[in-house]
Each structure stands twice: as C-alpha cells, then as structure tokens.
Design a protein around this ligand. Structure first.
Ligand code: 6CS
Ligand code: FE
Length: 305
C-alpha cells in the first residue's frame, strides 16, 4: 500500500455523522479559459451542475446506443465483474469501465466536448476515475438512493478532495417519468458525512443498492429545504456535467421507457487517489481507476461546441 494518507478533511462513515464545509473551489480555473463562458461557469459554481441540451447529434447517439446494446448482449461482458445486476430480478443494472472495454466509449471519453469542459472546470489535466453505463430498463428498474459520489470516492477509493466531475450523456430520452437524475442544486458546497462503517467488499452490494454512504433523513431534508430538488431531463444526446459532491439520486423506473445513460468521471491530475480514507481495502480498479494517465483529446469531425 502507498504512504500515509494526507489529513482527512472530509470525515465520514462514523458512529455519528456530521457535515463539513467544502474546503476547495468548485471551479478551479481562471474563468473563460475553455468552451464555457463566465455565465456558464458561474451557474456551475452556484448549482454544481450544467445541462447541455444537445451536445451530441443523432448519429453519435445512435453509435453510442448501438455500442451499449452490443455490450449489454455480449455473453462475456455479462459474465464479467464489470456487469452489475439489479438488486432484484437479475436484470442488468450497470456496466463499469466501458472506456476501457470499448473503443467507442474510449472515443467518447476523449471527446474534446467533454474533455475541454472538464479541464476548464477542474483547472488541470484530467484522467478517468470511472465510467459506466446505467441501463435503468423499464418496468421496475431500481433507482439510486440519494448520495454524494465524492463521499464514496473519498471513503472507499482514497480521493482526497472533490476536484472531480461526472458527465452523464443521455442515450435514451430522460423524461420526467422514467427515473431521471435528481440533483439538489448547491448541495455540492456541503460535505455530508454518513453514519456506519464501510463493510468489507462493500461494492458488491452498494453498486446494486447503496445503504452505507447515504445521508441521514435529517441531513437530506435540510439540504432539500435549503435548495429544493432539480429534475434533470433531456432528449437522447443531452449531457449533464455535475460536481463530484452534488447530492443526487434517481427514482425507480416503472415506465416502459428505459433511461439509459453513459457516465464518464474525470478527476484532476492534482487529486489522484491515495489510500481509502474509510475502508480497509481499495476497491477494484474497474470501479476506481489507478491509471493516472492524462486523457488526450481525440480529433473529431463535426465538433459543435
Ligand atoms: O460507488 C460508486 O462509485 C458508484 N455509486 C453511485 C451510486 N454513484 C457513483 C458510482 O457509480
Ligand atoms: Fe452517483
């Protein structure tokens, strides 16, 4: 294992949970050095997320959707530990590390439309911490209970600070009715420590239904009271970028309409993983990469920023 961890500025997984103020900036760069203008950066700084209604065109969405279909029906992939099934019924819930197993999703992760925005917000070169497809099939797929990604990535992966962000790209229409992402705007500025020790090999259950690492009802009610809850909808091709410490979740999907999104998580090269802060062992690298190689942008034909 690596050397001693830096001081833990975000205590969590305790007998009694407590909140801590965010100590690092949300937007790291001097404003304006990238595709986002100062209004967009100010909105991201305030809310913790931004929605781009049509970042990818229909042909690109079709390419990504077809690749997701291919992975989801590939027997070897379904037998792989990267494939995570729903807590009940056995339907496929997520496939992790798609940027490593699929050249198509490796392309997406290196797309300048994502990469330049990530670099601008995080103010540095970035590497990929995690990628996944969340299938959210219809007819009863389970949601994702409220959580901060950073709380888990800090506690279980050793991510020092919330200098990371996720892009969620809609591969199907994200409607009000099929379990869209819900984010509490402004919640990214408060670190909500959670109660309960991290169980051994926690990922085997948490990726299916997370309990440890979720906020108390009172903490959640307090954030919702202060900031409200935003529902993130958008047509296939829309993209949402959200800060690693946003409090977010999504409801079950009991409609016939799948909510299938691909997530790419960028972490700053200045924030690479150390040892887990609240877990006896590291999680597997398909969930928390330790390949700290900066992502190099790929050229793509019809960029439209
Ligand atoms: O534990 C994780 O890394 C995963 N869990 C959730 C609920 N969101 C982020 C990530 O996919
Ligand atoms: Fe999450």
């Amino acid at each position: 294992m690596g050397g001693a961890n830096p001081a833990d500025r975000y205590p969590t997984r305790l007998a009694v949970a407590a909140e801590s103020p965010r100590r690092e900036p949300v937007v790291w760069t001097k404003w304006g050095s990238g595709p986002l203008d100062s209004d967009a950066l100010a909105a991201y700084d305030r809310d913790g997320f931004l929605v781009f209604g049509d970042l990818f065109n229909d042909d690109e969405v079709e390419r990504y959707r077809a690749e997701a279909d291919r992975l989801c029906t590939d027997a070897a992939m379904l037998a792989d530990e990267r494939a995570v099934v729903e807590p009940t019924g056995g339907e496929l819930r997520s496939i992790f590390e798609v940027h490593a197993v699929s050249p198509v999703f490796a392309d997406l992760a290196a797309d300048p439309r994502l990469l330049e925005r990530a670099r601008q917000i995080l103010g540095s070169e970035v590497y990929i911490h995690q990628s996944r497809i969340n299938l959210k099939p219809g007819f009863g797929a389970a949601g994702f209970y409220w959580h901060s990604d950073f709380e888990t990535w800090h506690a279980e992966d050793g991510m020092p600070a919330p200098r990371a962000l996720s892009f969620s790209i809609a591969l199907t229409n994200n409607l009000e009715v099929n379990g869209p992402l819900m984010i509490i705007p402004g919640s990214h500025r408060t670190f909500v420590g959670c109660e309960g020790e991290t169980p051994p090999e926690h990922f085997r259950s948490s990726l299916r239904r997370q309990e440890i690492g979720t906020p108390s009802a009172s903490a959640l009610a307090g954030l919702a009271e202060r900031f409200g809850i935003s529902q993130v909808t958008g047509r296939a091709g829309a993209a949402t970028v959200f800060d690693s410490n946003c409090m977010h979740g999504s409801s079950d999907n009991i409609t016939p309409y799948p909510r299938r999104n691909v997530f790419i998580v960028y972490n700053s090269m200045e924030n690479s993983l150390v040892e887990p802060f609240c877990s006896a062992a590291r999680r597997p690298e398909f969930i928390a990469s330790r390949d700290f190689t900066p992502v190099r942008a790929r050229r793509h034909a019809a960029a439209h920023d």
